[in-house]
Design a protein around this ligand. Sequence first.
Ligand SMILES: O=P(O)(O)OP(=O)(O)OP(=O)(O)OC[C@H]1O[C@@H](n2cnc3c(O)ncnc32)[C@H](O)[C@@H]1O
Ligand SMILES: [Mg+2]
Length: 197
Amino acid sequence: MKQVVIATKNKGKAKDFEALFGPLGYEVVTMFEVAPEMEIEETGTTFEENAILKAEALAKELGTIVIADDSGLAVDALNGEPGVYSARYAGDHDDEANMIKLLENLQGVEDDKRTARFCCCIAIAGPEFATTTVFGTCEGVIAHEKRGTNGFGYDPIFFVPSLNRMMAELSPEEKGAISHRGNAIRKLKEQLPNLIK
Ligand SMILES: O=P(O)(O)OP(=O)(O)OP(=O)(O)OC[C@H]1O[C@@H](n2cnc3c(O)ncnc32)[C@H](O)[C@@H]1O
Ligand SMILES: [Mg+2]
């Protein structure tokens, strides 16, 4: 089976990628398998900078083609926060604490002002070509409480109006069909048909 290496240590993200790459005949391999000791510091101030940083660091270490995803949630009422800092919004890399902090910061904000989008930059780096990036977004509304148990991160409080369900109520395949990550991967396939078939 063909393999695709993703520079991530987020199990939820890896599951999203499995749903996207599985149908294309790829086995997803993450840093847990190929570089468990490696820590990549995300020092960039944009999704693109961090995605490139992660993809290039692991590609250099392994000498193979690597994909990385830097993503996050931009909430309009909070001027785009938590944005690039989504993973550590409440200090630690803790999904529960991040959601609680976000709901607290949106207390009293009316439904029509709770619009938000997930953003994803995917970078692909390798020894024989210049690093390329693609973007994907997914529009939604921040709910008032959690619902659903699928997905990861902010999925339980992200309502998807087009499906009338929370992101965490979608199967990995349903999420991939509309998500920021799915939209980015579809662009990557268009741009690099020889690498991602
Ligand atoms: O850097 P890696 O190891 O890939 O894992 P990470 O979780 O730190 O990933 P990011 O640096 O890209 O931070 C992304 C954060 O944005 C949020 N996020 C991104 N995509 C999401 C999604 O599909 N559903 C819910 N939350 C998401 C979630 O809090 C993630 O931890
Ligand atoms: Mg990270």
